[in-house]
Design a protein around this ligand. Sequence first.
Ligand code: FES
Length: 145
Amino acid sequence: MEKSIEKNSSNSKRSFLKLLFLTVMGVSFGGVIYPIIRYLSPLSQQKEGEKVEILKDEVPIGKAKFLTYKGNPAVVIHTKAGFTALSAVCTHLGCIVKWLEDKGEFQCPCHAGRFDVTGKVLSGPPPNPLLQIAVVESGAKIVIG
Ligand code: FES
């Protein structure tokens, strides 16, 4: 009788440890896979037709305004040539670029990748330019997307 109770207790512990192990493995696996899938998910898979409107006055010449476009960081730059909208996600490993107003260029804080106002790579490890986003001027507004 005592052996039977010990055996049941041992099986119960084993089942609990097995469940605990599977739970820890599942959480760990999800924690690794989710960021990878999110990183690999391109901008184009998100909502189509989503446009963002801002007032031209919000972006004086020489300045940049960061905003969210289709759920991702984007930036509008105003130069003498007009308005340009770009993805603010570095094409190297996905860090968010910063606008250096004094230099008139973008710099990635992660590995010092540099981009010009059109998104073209100036230096550093980024393999591709920043993605361009359509911009249309409409009266006192600009429409992005
Ligand atoms: S993530 Fe931007 S340079 Fe590496």
